[in-house]
Design a protein around this ligand. Structure first.
Ligand SMILES: Cc1cc2nc3c(=O)[nH]c(=O)nc-3n(C[C@H](O)[C@H](O)[C@H](O)COP(=O)(O)O)c2cc1C
Length: 185
């Protein structure tokens, strides 16, 4: 699967098969996240791979009653050693940490997609509770919870807005009117 196919095949899946995910697939996904851009190449991220079923069940409450999370065979929590960014970028640290976390998450999701799995980035969670459960040091900031596994069913493809309606040419508001050949996936 090439990268464009992975981009288009990636879906936020919330129903998983009862099938083990190999360490190799997880490690490759983390490696993909590591190779995402990071501000100043600071590489502030850390990853916690959660397989323990009891702990995974606790994420339902942590994620404000998202019950589907309990069925994920693997949860990856991505945190930032944000102090490293503060030392280098001061007030811009939060902004940079957030942006590069997003890039790392997408790389991770594309990597698992290429290996036939799917996952969902969960952004709604109680950070203090995540830290308590996984004993994450106080100075870290939690940026992502990714619940992943083998998809149990074909997923509905959520619609996207019309690209031309949100793309401008040379200045905001000047519509992109040129015809461009587009590949379908
Ligand atoms: C910042 C962010 C937070 C999200 N939080 C949640 C979440 O808490 N729970 C959830 O089920 N999906 C969450 N999602 C996934 C979105 O719902 C999903 O990406 C969107 O519906 C589009 O579907 P697709 O990813 O399959 O294209 C989040 C996505 C992003 C980028």
């Amino acid at each position: 699967m090439d990268v464009l196919e992975a981009i288009h095949n990636r879906r936020s899946v919330r129903f998983f098969k009862d099938q083990k995910v190999s360490d190799e697939i997880i490690f490759n996904a983390l490696e993909s996240a590591l190779w995402a851009p990071s501000a100043g190449n600071v590489q502030d991220k850390e990853f916690i791979v959660v397989r323990n079923e009891e702990k995974i069940r606790k994420f339902v409450d942590i994620c404000y009653d998202q019950t589907w999370v309990a069925k994920a065979p693997v949860i990856i929590v991505m945190v930032s050693r944000i102090n490293l960014l503060r030392m280098k970028f001061g007030d811009r640290a939060e902004h940079y940490a957030s942006l590069s976390a997003g890039m790392a998450v997408e790389n991770l999701l594309l990597s698992i997609t290429a290996n036939g799995l799917q996952g969902t980035h969960v952004g709604l969670y109680d950070e203090d509770e995540v830290k308590r459960l996984l004993r994450i040091p106080e100075d870290r900031k939690v940026y992502s919870i990714i619940a992943l596994g083998y998809s149990r069913e074909e997923t509905v493809v959520p619609k996207r807005v019309n690209l031309k309606a949100i793309t401008f040419f040379d200045k905001h508001g000047r519509k992109w009117v040129k015809k461009v050949p587009r590949k379908t996936y």
